[in-house]
Design a protein around this ligand. Structure first.
Ligand code: G3H
Length: 482
């Protein structure tokens, strides 16, 4: 909780948006600098979190519920005052259009307020006593210890806070590393952290994952690894911990959510939902639709309407009116998407929309690939970008078998009308994924609904309600009838 004056090395943070430099050439835009921290600073942040937790005896984990809520309420008020600044960074650092950037900020405020309300309810429930076989029990929930939080670049505010806030309110102490892209937007909030929570409770660490998160995990004092991002990062960090198999994991990982369009689907609805599902924020969402299965009888018509809709999407800089397609923040991402397109073309697919795959700087036009087969990289890999694979099916068992065999199991979108067909399909799909979206695209919200996944897609659940449980343990005081 100290705002440390840093005289060590710093890294420059550039926007993926190109602007004119002094020579009148298009160049990357410098947004600011951040301290480049290393092992020494990482361990000192862990020391602070560990000291503040003090094996469960620290001020924060033993604080009265009402006082911890007060700290959180103070924080949320201070955070609200930084809206403009944080939104500006969401636009410039990760190229969210203005509406999405504002939505991310407001949604995060709602998430914090809903978490506070749920925590109050949890506390009221814990005031109730249970009595069984002459034993009275006062059941509560308690913290787990020190939590390391790492969020993703696509929701650098919201998804980091979906980990951090429930972890904090349950009485854990935290070290958190902002996402690599979207790192600057945390800076306007540092003072709010410092002024709202006791020393050592929130520790923000700038730096590369390998330089700062790895030494923390190796140290062994972390009790919970909370990460939304790639399973390779989660696995590597978990493996470093000396008690890796005792570690509590709260993980939101990859997904390859499919849409299934049945022959009786309302095609206009299916197309507009698939557009939102596949290409909102250029497809850089874990909940994005990443493959579309269309029944062979309607494939030609679906493809025609879908590609017409793709061609109408407006591209440009994120602050421009009506823009939905924007530059990609990850270096190398454009090359990766081009590689997926080329691989699919080499193996028999065609780009069926205008300008699909055309590149301008850090921007690439969405490419709709048809027909996609299982040998193509885009069938298997989570593209997390603007490329849409479409497959046809004649028998519903084909997509069902593919989903059952997939490494992932987050969500599915199902488009159709006939209840007799839909009902048994839904019963099967809920055993393959965690959320079936009927005639609508996949999404995480509203944030009170469970956000989780089967197989490699998640460990633990992150709704407002569930997250409080993911970051705590049930404890109780038992007493006998006298
Ligand atoms: O990246 C995964 C996000 O949780 C997606 O959230 O469905 O609200 O865009 P969203």
């Amino acid at each position: 909780n100290k705002l440390i004056k840093w005289n060590g090395p710093k890294s420059e943070v550039y926007s993926p948006i190109l602007t004119e430099n002094s020579k009148g050439e298009l160049d990357k835009t410098l947004l600011g600098t951040i301290p480049t921290l290393g092992e020494k600073e990482a361990i000192s942040a862990l020391d602070a979190a560990s000291k503040a937790y003090n094996k469960g005896q620290g001020e924060w984990p033993t604080m009265k519920v009402a006082d911890r809520i007060k700290c959180m309420e103070v924080f949320v008020e201070k955070m609200k005052a930084q809206r403009e600044e944080v939104v500006k960074y969401l636009i410039w650092e990760i190229c969210k259009n203005t509406a999405s950037a504002e939505k991310e900020f407001d949604r995060t405020i709602d998430y914090i307020n809903d978490t506070i309300e749920d925590y109050k309810q949890m506390d009221r429930d814990s005031a109730r006593f249970e009595k069984n076989s002459g034993i009275h029990a006062h059941i509560r929930r308690g913290p787990l210890g020190v939590v390391l939080c790492l969020g993703p670049y696509n929701y650098p505010l919201n998804e980091t806070f979906c980990l951090l806030i429930p972890a904090l309110i349950m009485g854990n102490t935290t070290v958190f590393k902002p996402a690599k892209h979207g790192v600057l937007l945390i800076s306007p909030l540092l003072k709010a952290f410092k002024e709202s929570f006791p020393p050592g409770v929130v520790n923000v660490l700038y730096g590369r994952g390998r330089a700062v998160a790895s030494p923390i995990m190796k140290d062994g004092r972390v009790d919970v690894l909370a990460l939304i991002g790639h399973s390779s990062s989660a696995n590597a960090l978990q493996d470093l911990h000396p008690k890796a198999n005792r570690l509590r994991l709260v993980l939101g990982l990859e997904a390859k959510n499919p849409a299934i369009v049945l022959p009786d689907a309302d095609l206009d609805l299916a197309v507009s939902e698939c557009i939102a599902g596949t290409l909102s924020y250029n497809g850089q969402r874990c909940t994005a639709l990443k493959i579309v299965y269309v029944h062979e009888n309607i494939a030609a018509e679906f493809n025609k309407r879908y590609t017409e809709a793709v061609d109408k999407l407006k591209y440009g800089n994120p602050w421009e009116e009506g823009v939905s397609l924007t530059p990609l923040p990850e270096p190398g991402k454009v090359d990766y998407i081009q590689d997926l397109i080329q691989d699919a073309k080499d193996k028999g697919a065609t780009v069926i929309n205008n300008r699909g795959g055309e590149v301008m700087g850090n921007f690439i036009f969405p490419a709709v690939l048809f027909p996609v087969n299982k040998d193509m990289k885009v069938y298997e890999e989570e593209q997390f970008g603007p490329v849409v694979p479409i497959r046809t099916f004649s028998n519903i068992d084909e997509p069902l078998d593919d989903i059952a065999e997939s490494n992932y199991g987050q969500q599915v979108s199902l488009f159709g009308k006939e209840v007799k067909t839909l009902a048994p399909l839904i019963d099967t799909l809920v055993n393959l994924v965690c959320r079936v979206n009927l005639n609508s695209s996949c999404q995480r919200g509203p944030d009170v609904y469970p956000f989780t996944g089967r197989k490699d897609s998640a460990v633990s659940t992150l709704s407002v309600h569930d997250a409080l449980r993911s970051f705590s343990i049930r404890t109780f005081v038992a007493s006998k009838d006298n």
